[in-house]
Design a protein around this ligand. Structure first.
Ligand code: ME8
Length: 506
């Protein structure tokens, strides 16, 4: 089946941080998980290259717009490549293909009479790129996310009426309980829909914002950044020019952080409805990574976790695993370099040590061969089949934030069980006793077979580590399939002791 997964497209006013890395890793994990189940996935991530926030960064950078946007966008692109993220298309909203489709959509909605021009006074938060109502602000009159007072703005602008669609959207949410997951966020959106919706200002005069897509019906204006950015999800599929659009859109997933719920779950479905397009099939909403001190990461507080530094210190896979394993569902989660190091050590002790200990034993005692014709007792068989069943079950589940989190938990749980089994049976003692040869072989076979199942299951989370584990067990490279049939390793598998999966760090 063809599926479509997207991440937000990120602003270019700063460097990519751990939050951006997380959402894009999450999409890659989901893509690989789906592929292991035989599904074909089209996965996009990218950068949001217009609007006032980017414009200010350009104006202070000393570069021209193209140079600035290309340099900043490459920072994201290169990081995602380094993180092993297998995106099919990297969105850049400055590309002419995207601009053309945004203009076609604006014209379509304008021709339907859904856009009106009027003067407007409001409070604008540049950080959110959104007008705010006084009730959206904190007790100091500031945006709760950006801690800055929004600026009063008075202008003539074009507006798209949202209110006529409010009841339709409420009904849609109520009749599609899995549309916005976790449910907590669906309730949050329903809360936002209790009050009448204000008209959405979809233009910005060029005198204030020059970095944007010109309105096709008034060249004095560019379009509002969100009207431009949200369209990326369909311009990427060449909406309006692609006869397969409906097929791929029919199984689409938006991954987003909780900060951009309103544009995604209110503006976007209404825009699509006005165009006669169904809403995205589902949203997976995640919480925030919170820096040391329990506050949002910020450079001035010195609690930002830099993904490039983490990759240099701990490698890609330890970062990927940590993020998927430790994000609390429906909530925020703390992160710091020392927590990431703890996560690395856990993987080293759990999976890394297990692999090295058993492989070295095979090298020393079995001439790098998987023991053949072993007679496994009930305990051996049960351990193998329990782990195989556990992973088969996980891979049968519908993909969700919970599924990938459970997968990481099950990897750790299985590793812990196999380590306990290995320690309890002391194969290093059995190896010395010729009368225990059969038992030794059975313990080694059981451990190797469990390691194979764990390595296979880890592939979406830690692709490099999975390759190394499976390669060390003489298993030919991919495409790896979610086939957890047990008792597959045989004497035909050549064992290779390579370098440690998670070497000791300082
Ligand atoms: O909002 N923890 O871009 P943006 C977890 N351009 N995830 C985080 C995070 C954190 N601390 N910080 C950021 C925009 N993210 C718009 C989106 S889409 C049509 C336009 C992730 O650069 C998370 O996915 O502010 C969040 O929703 C996104 O980055 C916001 O990125």
């Amino acid at each position: 089946m063809k599926k479509y997964i997207t991440t937000p497209i990120y602003y270019l006013n700063g460097l990519p941080h751990i939050g951006h890395a997380y959402t894009s890793i999450l999409g890659d994990v989901m893509k690989k998980f789906e592929q292991m189940n035989g599904n074909d996935v089209y996965y996009t991530t990218g950068t949001d290259e217009h609007g006032q926030k980017n414009q200010h960064s350009i104006e202070t950078s000393g570069l021209n717009a193209d140079e600035f946007l290309t340099r900043q966008s490459e920072n994201f692109h290169n990081l995602f490549v380094d993180l092993g993220i297998d995106f099919d298309y990297f969105v850049r909203t400055s590309k002419p293909e995207h601009k053309k489709i945004v203009q076609e959509i604006l014209q379509n909605i304008y021709d339907k009479g859904l856009i009106v021009k009027k003067s407007y006074e409001g409070l604008y938060c540049e950080g959110c790129e959104q007008f705010k109502k006084p009730s959206d602000l904190d007790q100091n009159g500031c945006c709760p996310d950006h801690k800055v007072a929004p600026k009063p703005i008075s202008e003539e602008n074009y507006f798209f009426r949202l209110e006529p669609y409010r009841q339709w959207l409420i009904d849609y949410i109520k009749t599609h309980p899995d549309w916005i997951q976790p449910t907590k966020y669906a309730n949050e959106v329903l809360g936002m829909l209790k009050e009448p919706l204000e008209d959405l200002c979809i233009s910005r005069p060029k005198s204030r914002v020059w970095l944007g897509i010109e309105l096709p019906f008034d060249s004095n204006y560019v379009t509002y950044i969100w009207f431009d950015a949200l369209v990326n999800y369909i311009s990427t599929l060449n909406y309006g020019h692609n006869s397969d659009f409906d097929i791929i859109w029919a199984n689409s997933t938006h991954l987003i952080g909780k900060d951009i719920l309103k544009p995604h779950c209110i503006y976007w479905p209404i825009m699509l409805h006005a165009l006669g397009i169904n809403p995205v099939s589902r949203y997976f909403i995640h919480g925030f990574w919170i820096g040391e001190g329990g506050v949002k990461m910020s450079k001035s507080l010195g609690n930002v976790v830099d993904p490039i530094e983490v990759i240099r210190l701990l490698g890609v896979d330890a970062l990927r695993f940590y993020l998927i394993h430790n994000m609390t569902l429906g909530g925020d989660s703390p992160i710091s370099l020392s927590m990431l190091k703890q996560g690395y050590k856990m993987l080293a002790n759990n999976i890394g040590n297990l692999q090295m200990r058993v492989l070295k034993m095979v090298q020393k005692n079995l001439n790098n061969k998987v023991p053949s014709s072993v007679s496994l007792n009930n305990e051996d068989k049960k351990l193998i089949t329990d782990i195989a069943d556990r992973f088969a079950q996980i891979y049968h589940q519908e993909i969700s934030l919970e599924t990938v989190n459970n997968l990481a938990n099950d990897v750790v749980k299985s590793g812990t069980e196999v380590n306990a089994y290995f320690a309890a049976h002391e194969p290093w003692v059995l190896a010395k006793d010729p009368n225990q040869k059969e038992r030794f072989n059975a313990v080694i076979y059981t451990t190797l077979e469990c390691l194979r199942l764990i390595g296979l299951a880890m592939y979406p989370l830690t692709p490099e580590t999975a390759y190394k584990i499976l390669d060390s067990l003489g298993i030919k490279p991919q495409p790896f399939k979610a086939d957890f049939k047990p008792f597959i390793l045989s004497e035909n598998n050549e064992i290779k002791v390579g370098s440690p999966l998670f070497p000791i760090i300082e």
